[in-house]
Every structure is written in structure tokens, then in C-alpha cells.
Write a new protein. Structure first.
Length: 65
């Protein structure tokens, strides 16, 4: 695949996701770490999971899960 032709997908979730796609593509093109790396993404996902678990449990969830 030729990375120079890659464009971010049409984003239906808002401008923030579009900017993340652009940054990710730019990071690949310039061999650098993206602004939001896998570790930060995982922490955000853990928080979202905890919110859902708390809602189901109707109580507090300790982090890390």
C-alpha cells in the first residue's frame, strides 16, 4: 500500500476522530509516535469500560480494572 495516497475516512463521529486519523497517517509518513499512542488509548478504553461496569453494578468500580 502506498501511504502517500491514504486519506482519513469520512468520520461520522466528529472532528476529533478525523484529526486522530490525520495525525496517525502523518506519524506513519514521518516515522514518529502518534499523539495518541496505544497505551493512552488503552487507558481511555479502560475508563469507558469502568463507566459501563459501574452502571451495570450500580456502584463504584476501582481502577485499574
Amino acid at each position: 500500500m502506498n501511504i502517500s495516497n491514504v486519506q482519513p475516512p469520512k468520520d461520522q463521529l466528529g472532528e476529533a476522530h478525523r484529526l486522530q486519523y490525520i495525525d496517525f497517517i502523518d506519524a506513519i509518513r514521518h516515522d514518529r509516535e502518534p499523539f495518541i499512542n496505544g497505551y493512552e488509548g488503552r487507558e481511555a478504553l479502560e475508563l469507558v469500560r469502568a463507566v459501563y461496569m459501574s452502571s451495570e453494578k450500580k456502584g463504584e468500580i476501582a481502577l485499574p480494572i
